[in-house]
Design a protein around this ligand. Structure first.
Ligand code: SAH
Ligand code: SF4
Ligand code: F3S
Length: 450
Protein backbone atom coordinates (compact mmCIF):
# COMPACT_ATOMS: atom_id res chain seq x y z
CA UNK A 1 0.00 0.00 0.00
CA UNK A 2 1.23 3.49 -0.87
CA UNK A 3 2.63 5.46 2.08
CA UNK A 4 0.74 8.74 2.28
CA UNK A 5 2.74 11.96 2.31
CA UNK A 6 1.99 15.11 4.29
CA UNK A 7 2.96 18.75 3.88
CA UNK A 8 2.68 21.32 6.68
CA UNK A 9 2.43 25.06 6.08
CA UNK A 10 2.92 27.09 9.26
CA UNK A 11 1.88 30.66 10.01
CA UNK A 12 2.39 32.51 13.30
CA UNK A 13 4.74 32.46 16.24
CA UNK A 14 7.19 29.98 17.79
CA UNK A 15 4.30 28.18 19.52
CA UNK A 16 2.82 27.33 16.15
CA UNK A 17 6.19 26.34 14.74
CA UNK A 18 6.65 24.05 17.68
CA UNK A 19 3.15 22.60 17.32
CA UNK A 20 3.93 21.92 13.67
CA UNK A 21 7.05 20.05 14.72
CA UNK A 22 4.98 17.97 17.14
CA UNK A 23 2.36 17.27 14.47
CA UNK A 24 5.15 16.31 12.08
CA UNK A 25 6.46 13.79 14.63
CA UNK A 26 2.97 12.55 15.40
CA UNK A 27 2.25 11.88 11.73
CA UNK A 28 5.63 10.20 11.19
CA UNK A 29 4.98 7.90 14.11
CA UNK A 30 1.52 7.16 12.68
CA UNK A 31 3.10 5.84 9.50
CA UNK A 32 2.91 8.87 7.21
CA UNK A 33 5.84 10.40 5.34
CA UNK A 34 6.83 14.08 5.20
CA UNK A 35 7.27 15.94 1.92
CA UNK A 36 8.33 19.50 1.19
CA UNK A 37 6.71 19.39 -2.24
CA UNK A 38 3.10 20.39 -1.83
CA UNK A 39 2.17 18.90 -5.23
CA UNK A 40 3.21 15.44 -3.95
CA UNK A 41 1.22 15.69 -0.73
CA UNK A 42 -1.79 13.49 0.04
CA UNK A 43 -2.41 15.47 3.23
CA UNK A 44 -1.96 19.25 3.40
CA UNK A 45 -2.00 20.85 6.85
CA UNK A 46 -2.35 24.60 7.34
CA UNK A 47 -1.37 25.70 10.84
CA UNK A 48 -2.93 29.15 11.20
CA UNK A 49 -2.40 32.32 13.27
CA UNK A 50 -4.95 35.03 14.07
CA UNK A 51 -3.02 37.49 16.22
CA UNK A 52 -3.52 40.17 13.56
CA UNK A 53 -5.82 40.48 10.55
CA UNK A 54 -2.78 40.33 8.26
CA UNK A 55 -1.84 36.92 9.70
CA UNK A 56 -5.37 35.66 9.10
CA UNK A 57 -5.37 37.02 5.56
CA UNK A 58 -2.17 35.17 4.76
CA UNK A 59 -3.59 31.89 6.05
CA UNK A 60 -6.92 32.46 4.26
CA UNK A 61 -5.09 33.24 1.01
CA UNK A 62 -3.12 30.02 1.32
CA UNK A 63 -6.25 27.98 2.12
CA UNK A 64 -7.94 29.52 -0.96
CA UNK A 65 -5.00 28.49 -3.14
CA UNK A 66 -5.56 24.83 -2.17
CA UNK A 67 -8.96 24.71 -3.87
CA UNK A 68 -7.54 23.83 -7.28
CA UNK A 69 -5.44 21.03 -5.72
CA UNK A 70 -8.55 19.50 -4.16
CA UNK A 71 -10.38 19.82 -7.52
CA UNK A 72 -7.63 18.11 -9.48
CA UNK A 73 -6.87 15.50 -6.77
CA UNK A 74 -10.13 15.04 -4.81
CA UNK A 75 -8.62 12.41 -2.49
CA UNK A 76 -6.30 15.08 -0.97
CA UNK A 77 -6.99 15.60 2.73
CA UNK A 78 -6.93 19.32 3.56
CA UNK A 79 -6.53 20.09 7.25
CA UNK A 80 -6.82 23.53 8.82
CA UNK A 81 -5.60 23.77 12.42
CA UNK A 82 -4.11 26.32 14.80
CA UNK A 83 -5.30 29.50 16.47
CA UNK A 84 -7.58 30.83 13.73
CA UNK A 85 -9.88 27.81 13.88
CA UNK A 86 -10.35 28.27 17.63
CA UNK A 87 -12.01 31.69 17.31
CA UNK A 88 -15.71 31.94 18.08
CA UNK A 89 -17.76 31.05 14.98
CA UNK A 90 -14.68 30.69 12.75
CA UNK A 91 -15.07 26.97 12.02
CA UNK A 92 -18.62 27.47 10.65
CA UNK A 93 -17.43 30.39 8.57
CA UNK A 94 -14.58 28.34 7.12
CA UNK A 95 -16.95 25.45 6.39
CA UNK A 96 -19.19 27.81 4.40
CA UNK A 97 -16.47 29.72 2.60
CA UNK A 98 -13.96 26.98 1.87
CA UNK A 99 -15.82 23.77 1.11
CA UNK A 100 -12.60 22.09 0.01
CA UNK A 101 -11.41 21.81 3.64
CA UNK A 102 -11.62 18.21 4.90
CA UNK A 103 -10.74 18.62 8.60
CA UNK A 104 -10.88 21.64 10.92
CA UNK A 105 -9.12 20.98 14.18
CA UNK A 106 -8.63 23.44 17.05
CA UNK A 107 -5.59 24.06 19.25
CA UNK A 108 -6.81 21.63 21.94
CA UNK A 109 -7.40 18.67 19.64
CA UNK A 110 -4.21 18.46 17.59
CA UNK A 111 -3.22 15.09 19.05
CA UNK A 112 -6.31 13.52 17.49
CA UNK A 113 -5.29 14.40 13.93
CA UNK A 114 -4.18 10.87 12.86
CA UNK A 115 -7.57 9.43 13.93
CA UNK A 116 -9.41 12.15 12.03
CA UNK A 117 -7.38 11.58 8.88
CA UNK A 118 -8.30 7.86 8.94
CA UNK A 119 -11.94 8.69 9.64
CA UNK A 120 -12.08 11.19 6.78
CA UNK A 121 -10.49 8.70 4.41
CA UNK A 122 -13.02 6.05 5.43
CA UNK A 123 -16.18 8.11 4.89
CA UNK A 124 -15.24 11.37 3.14
CA UNK A 125 -17.33 13.44 5.58
CA UNK A 126 -15.82 16.78 6.66
CA UNK A 127 -14.74 16.81 10.34
CA UNK A 128 -14.74 19.72 12.78
CA UNK A 129 -13.31 19.52 16.32
CA UNK A 130 -12.74 22.88 17.95
CA UNK A 131 -13.87 21.99 21.47
CA UNK A 132 -12.04 23.71 24.30
CA UNK A 133 -11.39 20.43 26.01
CA UNK A 134 -8.33 20.39 28.22
CA UNK A 135 -8.81 16.81 29.44
CA UNK A 136 -8.35 15.22 26.06
CA UNK A 137 -5.61 17.52 25.00
CA UNK A 138 -2.98 14.88 25.72
CA UNK A 139 -0.11 17.30 25.39
CA UNK A 140 2.44 15.19 27.14
CA UNK A 141 1.68 12.22 24.95
CA UNK A 142 2.46 13.94 21.69
CA UNK A 143 5.62 12.27 20.38
CA UNK A 144 8.56 14.61 20.61
CA UNK A 145 11.04 12.69 18.54
CA UNK A 146 11.70 9.68 20.71
CA UNK A 147 8.74 7.84 19.22
CA UNK A 148 9.49 9.03 15.72
CA UNK A 149 12.58 7.06 14.73
CA UNK A 150 13.10 8.67 11.33
CA UNK A 151 13.46 12.10 12.81
CA UNK A 152 16.77 13.91 12.55
CA UNK A 153 17.75 16.53 15.11
CA UNK A 154 18.99 20.00 14.51
CA UNK A 155 21.51 21.50 16.95
CA UNK A 156 18.86 24.00 18.07
CA UNK A 157 15.50 23.04 19.53
CA UNK A 158 12.45 24.68 21.04
CA UNK A 159 10.66 23.18 23.99
CA UNK A 160 7.27 24.34 25.17
CA UNK A 161 7.10 24.65 28.95
CA UNK A 162 3.71 26.32 29.37
CA UNK A 163 0.67 26.52 27.13
CA UNK A 164 -2.03 29.19 27.06
CA UNK A 165 -2.16 32.60 28.67
CA UNK A 166 -4.09 34.10 31.60
CA UNK A 167 -3.12 37.72 31.10
CA UNK A 168 -5.95 38.95 28.90
CA UNK A 169 -4.23 42.03 27.56
CA UNK A 170 -7.21 43.91 26.18
CA UNK A 171 -6.06 43.79 22.54
CA UNK A 172 -4.99 40.15 22.40
CA UNK A 173 -6.78 37.07 21.06
CA UNK A 174 -4.24 34.53 22.37
CA UNK A 175 -5.94 33.72 25.73
CA UNK A 176 -9.19 33.00 23.85
CA UNK A 177 -7.65 30.66 21.32
CA UNK A 178 -4.97 29.02 23.47
CA UNK A 179 -6.90 28.70 26.72
CA UNK A 180 -5.76 28.93 30.33
CA UNK A 181 -2.16 28.50 31.45
CA UNK A 182 -1.07 24.86 31.68
CA UNK A 183 2.51 24.07 32.66
CA UNK A 184 4.18 20.84 31.70
CA UNK A 185 5.76 18.92 34.56
CA UNK A 186 9.38 19.85 35.29
CA UNK A 187 10.36 16.18 35.10
CA UNK A 188 8.90 15.82 31.63
CA UNK A 189 10.60 18.99 30.39
CA UNK A 190 13.91 17.85 31.82
CA UNK A 191 13.54 14.46 30.16
CA UNK A 192 12.84 16.10 26.83
CA UNK A 193 15.81 18.48 27.04
CA UNK A 194 18.07 15.61 28.13
CA UNK A 195 16.84 13.53 25.23
CA UNK A 196 17.42 16.35 22.75
CA UNK A 197 20.95 16.96 24.04
CA UNK A 198 21.75 13.27 23.76
CA UNK A 199 20.86 13.65 20.09
CA UNK A 200 23.22 16.54 19.43
CA UNK A 201 21.09 19.56 20.35
CA UNK A 202 23.28 22.32 21.80
CA UNK A 203 20.85 25.18 22.19
CA UNK A 204 17.37 24.99 23.66
CA UNK A 205 14.82 27.78 23.68
CA UNK A 206 12.07 27.38 26.26
CA UNK A 207 8.72 28.59 24.96
CA UNK A 208 5.59 30.05 26.49
CA UNK A 209 3.38 33.13 26.11
CA UNK A 210 4.62 34.09 29.56
CA UNK A 211 7.37 31.77 30.76
CA UNK A 212 7.45 33.59 34.10
CA UNK A 213 4.07 32.03 34.94
CA UNK A 214 5.62 28.60 34.73
CA UNK A 215 4.58 26.28 37.57
CA UNK A 216 1.82 28.45 39.06
CA UNK A 217 -0.82 25.91 38.05
CA UNK A 218 1.13 22.80 39.09
CA UNK A 219 0.68 20.82 42.29
CA UNK A 220 4.46 20.46 42.64
CA UNK A 221 6.10 23.53 44.14
CA UNK A 222 8.19 24.96 41.34
CA UNK A 223 8.68 28.11 39.29
CA UNK A 224 10.53 29.29 36.22
CA UNK A 225 13.75 30.07 38.08
CA UNK A 226 13.83 26.53 39.58
CA UNK A 227 13.20 25.08 36.14
CA UNK A 228 16.20 26.96 34.73
CA UNK A 229 18.34 25.63 37.59
CA UNK A 230 17.17 22.12 36.87
CA UNK A 231 18.03 22.34 33.17
CA UNK A 232 21.30 24.26 33.35
CA UNK A 233 23.50 21.27 34.11
CA UNK A 234 22.23 18.91 31.46
CA UNK A 235 25.15 17.32 29.66
CA UNK A 236 25.70 18.51 26.11
CA UNK A 237 23.57 21.63 26.53
CA UNK A 238 25.54 24.81 25.81
CA UNK A 239 22.88 27.50 25.62
CA UNK A 240 19.49 27.95 27.18
CA UNK A 241 17.14 30.75 26.06
CA UNK A 242 13.52 31.54 26.69
CA UNK A 243 10.67 33.62 25.38
CA UNK A 244 8.39 35.43 26.09
CA UNK A 245 8.70 37.07 29.49
CA UNK A 246 6.03 39.41 30.74
CA UNK A 247 7.84 42.46 32.20
CA UNK A 248 5.44 42.52 35.18
CA UNK A 249 6.54 39.05 36.31
CA UNK A 250 10.28 39.38 35.80
CA UNK A 251 11.31 38.94 39.43
CA UNK A 252 14.58 39.74 41.21
CA UNK A 253 14.84 36.06 42.07
CA UNK A 254 14.76 35.22 38.37
CA UNK A 255 17.48 37.79 37.59
CA UNK A 256 19.67 36.41 40.39
CA UNK A 257 19.12 32.85 39.22
CA UNK A 258 20.11 33.69 35.65
CA UNK A 259 23.24 35.39 36.98
CA UNK A 260 24.11 32.12 38.72
CA UNK A 261 23.67 29.85 35.71
CA UNK A 262 26.37 29.69 33.08
CA UNK A 263 24.26 28.39 30.18
CA UNK A 264 21.34 30.79 30.34
CA UNK A 265 21.91 33.43 27.66
CA UNK A 266 21.68 37.09 28.62
CA UNK A 267 18.98 37.70 26.06
CA UNK A 268 15.73 39.22 27.25
CA UNK A 269 12.67 39.66 25.08
CA UNK A 270 10.42 41.90 27.17
CA UNK A 271 7.47 43.23 25.17
CA UNK A 272 6.57 46.70 26.45
CA UNK A 273 3.84 47.53 23.87
CA UNK A 274 3.62 51.28 24.61
CA UNK A 275 5.48 54.10 26.32
CA UNK A 276 2.27 55.85 27.40
CA UNK A 277 1.07 54.92 30.89
CA UNK A 278 -2.49 55.77 29.96
CA UNK A 279 -2.40 53.31 27.05
CA UNK A 280 -0.60 50.66 29.13
CA UNK A 281 -3.49 50.83 31.61
CA UNK A 282 -6.07 50.48 28.84
CA UNK A 283 -4.06 47.52 27.52
CA UNK A 284 -4.21 45.87 30.95
CA UNK A 285 -0.46 45.29 31.00
CA UNK A 286 -0.01 45.64 34.77
CA UNK A 287 3.05 47.95 34.77
CA UNK A 288 3.94 51.51 33.78
CA UNK A 289 6.84 52.89 31.78
CA UNK A 290 8.84 53.86 34.91
CA UNK A 291 8.64 50.25 36.16
CA UNK A 292 9.81 48.94 32.79
CA UNK A 293 12.75 51.36 32.66
CA UNK A 294 13.79 50.40 36.20
CA UNK A 295 13.65 46.73 35.19
CA UNK A 296 15.93 47.48 32.23
CA UNK A 297 18.37 49.29 34.52
CA UNK A 298 18.39 46.35 36.94
CA UNK A 299 19.02 43.82 34.15
CA UNK A 300 21.80 45.97 32.65
CA UNK A 301 23.46 46.46 36.01
CA UNK A 302 23.73 42.70 36.52
CA UNK A 303 24.33 41.76 32.88
CA UNK A 304 26.33 44.48 31.13
CA UNK A 305 26.23 42.32 27.97
CA UNK A 306 22.41 41.96 28.06
CA UNK A 307 20.63 42.05 24.72
CA UNK A 308 17.14 43.41 25.29
CA UNK A 309 14.42 43.37 22.67
CA UNK A 310 10.77 44.30 22.81
CA UNK A 311 7.42 44.41 21.00
CA UNK A 312 5.66 47.72 20.41
CA UNK A 313 2.02 47.98 19.49
CA UNK A 314 0.89 51.13 17.69
CA UNK A 315 -2.50 52.65 17.08
CA UNK A 316 -4.30 51.16 20.10
CA UNK A 317 -7.83 52.69 20.34
CA UNK A 318 -7.65 56.23 21.68
CA UNK A 319 -3.87 56.57 21.18
CA UNK A 320 -3.36 60.32 20.78
CA UNK A 321 -0.42 62.08 19.20
CA UNK A 322 0.68 62.84 22.76
CA UNK A 323 0.56 59.13 23.75
CA UNK A 324 2.56 58.34 20.66
CA UNK A 325 5.12 61.05 21.46
CA UNK A 326 5.51 59.39 24.87
CA UNK A 327 6.26 56.09 23.13
CA UNK A 328 8.90 57.81 20.97
CA UNK A 329 10.49 59.40 24.06
CA UNK A 330 10.36 56.05 25.84
CA UNK A 331 12.09 54.28 22.95
CA UNK A 332 14.84 56.92 23.00
CA UNK A 333 15.36 56.36 26.69
CA UNK A 334 15.10 52.56 26.71
CA UNK A 335 17.83 52.07 24.05
CA UNK A 336 16.54 48.63 23.08
CA UNK A 337 18.65 46.40 20.88
CA UNK A 338 15.64 45.81 18.65
CA UNK A 339 11.91 46.29 18.70
CA UNK A 340 9.30 44.38 16.73
CA UNK A 341 6.70 46.95 15.78
CA UNK A 342 3.09 46.04 15.13
CA UNK A 343 0.07 47.97 13.96
CA UNK A 344 -2.92 47.33 16.22
CA UNK A 345 -5.50 45.12 14.56
CA UNK A 346 -8.93 44.78 16.21
CA UNK A 347 -9.63 41.15 17.20
CA UNK A 348 -13.26 40.24 17.54
CA UNK A 349 -14.20 39.23 21.09
CA UNK A 350 -11.39 41.20 22.78
CA UNK A 351 -12.29 44.29 24.87
CA UNK A 352 -10.17 46.66 22.76
CA UNK A 353 -12.10 45.79 19.59
CA UNK A 354 -15.19 47.45 21.12
CA UNK A 355 -13.39 50.50 22.49
CA UNK A 356 -14.25 53.88 20.98
CA UNK A 357 -11.78 55.98 19.01
CA UNK A 358 -10.29 53.30 16.76
CA UNK A 359 -7.37 54.85 14.90
CA UNK A 360 -7.39 55.30 11.12
CA UNK A 361 -5.05 53.03 9.13
CA UNK A 362 -3.25 55.99 7.59
CA UNK A 363 -2.39 57.37 11.05
CA UNK A 364 -1.19 53.93 12.27
CA UNK A 365 1.06 53.53 9.23
CA UNK A 366 2.51 56.99 9.59
CA UNK A 367 3.25 56.34 13.30
CA UNK A 368 4.86 53.02 12.47
CA UNK A 369 7.26 54.76 10.10
CA UNK A 370 8.10 57.46 12.65
CA UNK A 371 8.71 54.83 15.31
CA UNK A 372 11.04 52.83 13.08
CA UNK A 373 12.87 56.04 12.20
CA UNK A 374 13.68 56.42 15.91
CA UNK A 375 14.37 52.76 16.78
CA UNK A 376 16.45 51.68 13.77
CA UNK A 377 19.33 54.13 14.37
CA UNK A 378 19.42 52.95 18.02
CA UNK A 379 19.71 49.30 16.92
CA UNK A 380 22.43 50.28 14.46
CA UNK A 381 24.30 52.31 17.08
CA UNK A 382 24.23 49.44 19.62
CA UNK A 383 25.41 47.00 16.97
CA UNK A 384 28.24 49.37 15.96
CA UNK A 385 29.42 49.39 19.57
CA UNK A 386 30.25 45.71 19.11
CA UNK A 387 32.70 46.31 16.27
CA UNK A 388 36.11 45.02 17.32
CA UNK A 389 34.72 42.63 19.96
CA UNK A 390 35.14 38.84 19.95
CA UNK A 391 31.89 36.90 20.06
CA UNK A 392 31.23 33.21 20.59
CA UNK A 393 28.74 32.01 18.02
CA UNK A 394 26.84 28.85 17.29
CA UNK A 395 27.11 28.43 13.51
CA UNK A 396 23.69 28.03 11.85
CA UNK A 397 24.68 27.43 8.23
CA UNK A 398 24.87 29.45 5.02
CA UNK A 399 23.42 32.93 4.95
CA UNK A 400 20.04 33.02 3.17
CA UNK A 401 20.98 36.19 1.34
CA UNK A 402 24.50 35.24 0.27
CA UNK A 403 25.65 31.60 0.07
CA UNK A 404 29.29 32.75 0.12
CA UNK A 405 28.72 33.56 3.79
CA UNK A 406 28.01 31.48 6.86
CA UNK A 407 26.01 32.86 9.77
CA UNK A 408 25.66 32.15 13.45
CA UNK A 409 24.23 33.72 16.59
CA UNK A 410 26.01 35.07 19.61
CA UNK A 411 24.83 34.69 23.21
CA UNK A 412 22.55 37.68 22.78
CA UNK A 413 20.96 35.98 19.73
CA UNK A 414 22.39 38.56 17.33
CA UNK A 415 23.12 37.21 13.87
CA UNK A 416 26.74 37.46 12.70
CA UNK A 417 27.66 36.66 9.08
CA UNK A 418 31.20 35.81 8.01
CA UNK A 419 32.91 34.64 4.79
CA UNK A 420 32.51 30.86 4.40
CA UNK A 421 35.98 30.46 2.85
CA UNK A 422 37.75 32.09 5.81
CA UNK A 423 37.72 28.79 7.69
CA UNK A 424 36.55 25.87 5.54
CA UNK A 425 36.39 23.45 8.48
CA UNK A 426 33.65 25.43 10.25
CA UNK A 427 30.16 24.06 9.72
CA UNK A 428 26.61 24.29 11.03
CA UNK A 429 26.37 23.28 14.69
CA UNK A 430 29.95 24.27 15.50
CA UNK A 431 30.81 26.75 18.19
CA UNK A 432 33.27 29.31 16.82
CA UNK A 433 34.73 32.71 17.69
CA UNK A 434 34.35 35.68 15.39
CA UNK A 435 35.67 39.21 15.54
CA UNK A 436 32.97 41.74 14.65
CA UNK A 437 34.06 43.93 11.74
CA UNK A 438 30.82 45.54 10.63
CA UNK A 439 27.33 46.37 11.84
CA UNK A 440 23.93 46.77 10.24
CA UNK A 441 20.52 47.46 11.86
CA UNK A 442 19.53 43.80 12.15
CA UNK A 443 22.82 41.92 12.06
CA UNK A 444 26.57 42.02 12.39
CA UNK A 445 29.36 40.90 10.11
CA UNK A 446 32.69 39.50 11.15
CA UNK A 447 35.54 37.14 10.50
CA UNK A 448 36.50 33.90 12.17
CA UNK A 449 39.23 34.29 14.75
CA UNK A 450 41.03 31.23 15.99
N1 SAH B 1 2.90 36.66 24.95
C1 SAH B 1 3.67 37.63 24.34
C2 SAH B 1 3.24 38.09 22.97
C3 SAH B 1 2.41 37.25 22.10
S1 SAH B 1 1.75 38.00 20.68
C4 SAH B 1 3.68 38.85 25.24
O1 SAH B 1 2.78 39.10 25.97
O2 SAH B 1 4.58 39.59 25.13
C5 SAH B 1 3.16 38.85 20.00
C6 SAH B 1 2.94 40.30 19.82
O3 SAH B 1 1.88 40.53 18.93
C7 SAH B 1 2.53 41.06 21.07
O4 SAH B 1 3.62 41.37 21.88
C8 SAH B 1 1.87 42.29 20.51
O5 SAH B 1 2.79 43.34 20.31
C9 SAH B 1 1.36 41.81 19.16
N2 SAH B 1 -0.10 41.74 19.15
C10 SAH B 1 -0.91 41.07 19.99
N3 SAH B 1 -2.21 41.33 19.69
C11 SAH B 1 -2.21 42.20 18.65
C12 SAH B 1 -3.22 42.85 17.90
N4 SAH B 1 -4.50 42.71 18.19
N5 SAH B 1 -2.84 43.66 16.89
C13 SAH B 1 -1.54 43.83 16.58
N6 SAH B 1 -0.54 43.25 17.25
C14 SAH B 1 -0.86 42.43 18.29
FE1 SF4 C 1 -1.44 38.20 24.57
FE2 SF4 C 1 -0.89 39.56 26.74
FE3 SF4 C 1 -1.00 36.90 26.84
FE4 SF4 C 1 0.98 38.10 25.57
S1 SF4 C 1 0.56 38.23 27.75
S2 SF4 C 1 -0.21 36.38 24.82
S3 SF4 C 1 0.02 39.90 24.66
S4 SF4 C 1 -2.70 38.28 26.44
FE1 F3S D 1 -0.55 33.57 16.33
FE2 F3S D 1 -1.47 31.72 17.92
FE3 F3S D 1 1.03 32.45 18.07
S1 F3S D 1 -2.53 33.58 17.36
S2 F3S D 1 0.98 34.59 17.48
S3 F3S D 1 0.10 31.47 16.35
S4 F3S D 1 -0.27 31.78 19.75
Amino acid sequence: MKILQFYIQTFGCQMNENDSRLLHNLLLSSGYQATDQIENADIIIVNTCCVRQTAENRALGFIGSLKHIKESKPETVIVVCGCMTQQQGEAELLRKRAKHISIIIGTFAASRLPQYISLYQANGEPIVDVDENYENENLSNLPRGEKAPTLTFDFKAQVNIIYGCDNFCSYCIVPYVRGRERSRSAMEIEEEVRFLCQHGVKEVQLLGQNVNSYGKDLAEKTDFASLLRRLNDIEGLRRLRFMTSHPRDFSDNLIETIADLDKVCHQFHLPVQSGSDRILRLMNRGYDSAYYLSLLAKIRRIFPDAVITSDLLLGFPGETEEDFQQTLAFVMEAQLDAAYTFIYSPRSGTPAADMPLQIADSVKKERLQRLMDVQNPISLHLNRNLIGSRQEILVEGYSKHNPQYLCGRNYGNKIIVFPANSCPSVQAGDVAWVRVTGAQTWNLSGEICL
